[in-house]
Design a protein around this ligand. Structure first.
Ligand SMILES: Cc1ncc(COP(=O)(O)O)c(C=O)c1O
Length: 475
């Protein structure tokens, strides 16, 4: 429970309050920005007279009520939940009222409802951009937001070109095809990753070669790559899993020496760095995902970044049915429709502005878990990485005794907390088994890893409750 006290209280309560005469959209924006989806409605004397939630705002808009001059008071539900009875409150924030009923403080409750492992953080800027894109009628894949997102995201990752895509799977596939990888080729992938990494290799017609990860970094190593190279190897796809950067300088050295392409899968590691350089700036093409559970989101969405003008041009063409942009309905080769919409890019532009805040917030959540889980038998946070690495937090992770993990997940479920097991490693799943080398490290991690809820609503109280569950199951 976070009690915002003293002098901070007055300034912080303003994030949770609107005046009764304020318009509906002011209330909606404030409810979005404070992360609880809730604001208290105050009368002219500062007394809390009602509660307005995003659900209430959505219902009002759907009913067309925003067409009338509408105030927060018209849409609110009468009355407020007080901290006196937090168990019965229906919203994730309680009002602290003085004797006259004035709002003097708020108490946040990150655990007031089911806590999923991930929640997108969508503020007022995303909504404004989205409405702008919508009203411009540029709702498909042409529009200023696409170009802006491509330019700005490429620059942020140290690249000259960005090619926005419909998701982080199509971006990987686009990269592989643009590099000419297909039947007869082998592509080295790590065993510990989400299946999109390997699926796209198979869809490109190439043969994946699954290699074990390092127990410390959880990523591919240059040595393991080198050992897996055959005369047919054309590319390697390092995955910066759970925000942990693979040792890219060393991987690039092997790849260059052995004449391999490198496609970085950065879906889970926006802004992670290796040797002072952002991930996504090393490979021939790098791919990011903007799925709703990622560090920044466009709902569905992804992007390829590259420094090669030639590859960028080819990816743009392949993304758009194989058509040359300057020659409509002339298809150079059978391409795909892998385009992002301007509405998704509109959300993405606002998210990119907030990326540093998202990263700081995720780091806060990680440190909070590290503190409360410290000393619980069998529980370990991810190993600290060497100085060359600057990891980011995608999902907060911990490893636990494998034989207790299912029980732990069930016990968290009982308190409405979503604790997720790591991905199954690829090598144990039937479609991928034929491509696997022995991968004991990835197997061990996949059996013992858990992802903890990682969103701005994770507060001290919630983290302590989770730690209590860990203690009771593992003691
Ligand atoms: C490592 C990795 N690669 C690729 C993807 C695919 O991204 P998307 O879900 O946007 O298709 C994901 C998404 O979960 C991922 O974690």
């Amino acid at each position: 429970m976070t009690l915002i006290s003293d002098s901070r209280a007055a300034s912080r309560t303003s994030a949770f309050a609107v005046g009764a005469d304020d318009g509906l959209f002011r209330a909606i924006e404030r409810a979005l920005d404070n992360g609880t989806g809730t604001v208290f409605v105050l009368d002219s004397a500062g007394r809390a007279v009602g509660t307005l939630t995003l659900e209430g705002g959505r219902a009002a808009i759907l009913a067309g009520r925003h067409l009338d001059p509408l105030t927060a008071a018209d849409v609110m539900e009468q009355g407020v939940d007080r901290t006196a009875d937090p168990a019965t409150q229906s919203v994730p924030v309680s009002a602290v009222l003085d004797a006259e009923g004035r709002l003097v403080d708020v108490v946040l409750r990150g655990d007031s409802s089911f806590v999923p492992v991930a929640e997108p953080d969508l503020g007022h800027a995303e909504m404004r951009n989205l409405m702008d894109a919508y009203m411009s009628t540029w709702i498909s894949s042409t529009g200023d937001y696409i170009r802006t997102l491509e330019r700005r995201f490429a620059a942020r990752t140290g690249n000259r070109h960005g090619i926005a895509t419909s998701n982080g799977t199509t971006s990987l596939h686009l990269a592989l095809v643009a590099l000419g990888i297909g039947p007869g080729d082998e592509v080295i992938v790590p065993d510990l990753t989400f299946a999109a990494s390997i699926n796209t290799v198979i869809h490109a017609g190439a043969r994946p070669v699954i290699v074990d990860v390092d127990p410390h970094t959880w990523c591919l190593t240059p040595e393991a790559i080198e050992a897996a190279i055959t005369p047919r190897t054309r590319a390697v796809m390092p995955v910066h899993v759970f925000g942990r950067p693979a040792p890219m300088t060393d991987i690039m050295a092997v790849a260059r020496r052995r004449g391999l392409y490198v496609i970085e899968d950065c879906a889970e590691a926006h802004d992670a760095h290796w040797d002072g350089q952002p991930v996504g700036s090393f490979g021939d093409v790098s791919s990011f995902s903007f799925f709703a559970n990622k560090i920044m989101t466009t709902g569905e969405g992804g992007i390829c970044v590259t420094n090669s003008a030639e590859l960028a041009e080819r990816m743009r063409m392949l993304r758009d049915h194989g058509m040359r942009p300057e020659r409509r309905y002339w298809h150079e080769e059978p391409g795909f429709n892998y385009r992002m919409t301007n509405m998704q890019a509109a959300v993405g532009c606002a998210q990119l502005d907030r990326l540093d805040d998202f990263l700081a917030e995720r780091a806060r959540v990680h440190h909070l878990y590290a503190r409360v889980l410290d000393g619980i038998p069998g529980v370990a946070m991810p190993p600290a990485m060497e100085a060359r690495a600057r990891p980011v937090v995608w999902f907060a992770c911990a490893t636990v005794p494998a034989e207790r993990r299912a029980q732990l997940i069930q016990a968290c479920r009982a308190i409405d907390v979503d604790l997720r097991p790591f991905f199954n490693c690829l090598s144990v799943m039937p479609p991928y088994r034929p491509y696997a080398r022995p991968c004991p490290n990835a197997y061990l991690l996949s059996q013992s890893g858990v992802n903890l809820p990682t969103s701005r609503r994770v507060d001290e109280r919630l983290a302590m409750r989770i730690a209590d569950v860990f203690r009771s199951v593992l003691a």
